[in-house]
Design a protein around this ligand. Structure first.
Ligand code: MRU
Length: 345
């Protein structure tokens, strides 16, 4: 299986996802500013992968710090954390991972030792924590896949949106992990992937990785989802999430909410697959989830081709919130949680 992110010789190596599907290109990143740029431009994307990336970015800042005192290192790390926090606002995994990294530093602060020995040890522990987050993410993907695969039946036709697969995590994905596990279990099913305008994560990334992994996948434009559900017999919708509020409202790639409405109308289940680190216990409902708005050029241009007047007014939210009442169940590494008994209407 490909690895979208790795730590090698004190550098972060990641797949530049903006180059897919034409080229599978790895980029080498040696400083936090370059990593921040990669996250903002979606070279590295997907909520769990962003979490792993910022943890590694924090470790990179520790390794690169030239400070000779613990206080100096803390200053460097807090500057790095501030930059990483400002990259993307919606995926809570980013803030969750940085909190874990910062806790390591603060728990270490009281450790009695000489300055230099302390600096060496804390840098080592910070790196270990980032690598633990990476390893846990891989395990979590498999557990989500196994929990969700129980819901897949022979003959299912599954619709997915955006990319919640290998490329969005350090492992085998969340929504797509379910597909990979069900496939391993020998279940026979088909997948439809929305192309996911404006940045095409569905056509560029999901189609690429499903085809690489031998899954029977068909690409549709976003506007074809209703027709595919009605005329091609879609039986369930499975997507990922960037942040889930305490009441079960879930933010995911723009277009997800519309799919949940469609699922309800057509009487098919709508599932969210996400690690427990995507649940934001500080947020009561979806109203409090910050939604990233991206630049208008992403809508005015399709790739490098201008497809709208350059001075067009544009609304470009990167995510929407699906209310809990439209979600059949949330699948995490810990199990399948039914939000409200699914009713066929
Ligand atoms: O803007 P992106 O590509 O980072 O958005 C990604 C999504 O919306 C995914 O569905 C979500 O992060 C879940 S990834 C397992």
């Amino acid at each position: 299986m490909i690895e979208p992110i790795k730590w090698k010789n004190n550098k972060i190596i990641f797949i530049d996802q903006t180059k897919l599907p034409e080229r599978l290109k790895y980029a080498r990143c040696g400083d936090v500013d370059r990593l921040c740029e990669a996250i903002k431009k979606l070279e590295v994307r997907g909520a769990p992968l962003i979490g792993v990336a910022v943890a590694m970015g924090y470790a990179l800042a520790a390794v690169n710090s030239k400070e000779k005192t613990f206080a100096g290192l803390k200053k460097d790390l807090s500057a790095a954390s501030k930059k990483l926090r400002a990259t993307r606002p919606t995926a809570v995994n980013l803030f969750w991972a940085l909190k874990r990294m910062e806790d390591v530093l603060y728990n270490f602060a009281s450790c009695p030792a000489g300055q230099l020995a302390k600096l060496y040890r804390v840098k080592k522990i910070i790196l270990q924590e980032a690598l633990s987050i990476l390893k846990e993410d891989k395990r979590m993907c498999v557990s989500i896949g196994k929990n969700g695969a129980r819901l897949i039946k022979n003959g299912d036709i599954i619709l997915t949106h955006c990319n919640a697969g290998i490329l969005a995590t350090a492992g085998q994905g969340t929504a797509l992990s379910i597909i990979y596990e069900a496939n391993k279990q020998g279940k026979r099913f088909k997948v439809f992937s929305d192309e996911t305008r404006p940045l095409m994560q569905g056509s560029r990334l999901t189609m690429w990785e499903l085809m690489q992994n031998g899954i029977d996948a068909t690409l549709i434009c976003d506007c074809m989802a209703a027709s595919a559900i009605k005329n091609k017999g879609v039986t369930k919708i499975i997507v990922g999430a960037d942040r889930i509020a305490r009441n079960g409202d879930a933010a995911n790639k723009i277009g997800t909410y519309g799919l949940a409405v469609l699922a309800r109308h057509h009487g098919i289940p709508f599932y969210i697959a996400a690690p427990s680190s995507t649940i934001d216990k500080n947020i009561r409902s979806g109203k409090d989830i910050p939604i990233e708005e991206r630049k208008k050029e992403e809508v005015i241009y399709t790739g490098s081709k201008q497809t709208a007047p350059v001075n067009a007014k544009v609304y470009n939210p990167a995510f929407d919130v699906t209310p809990a009442e439209l979600i059949t169940a949330i699948i995490t590494e810990n199990g399948v949680y039914e939000i409200k008994r699914f009713r066929r209407i």
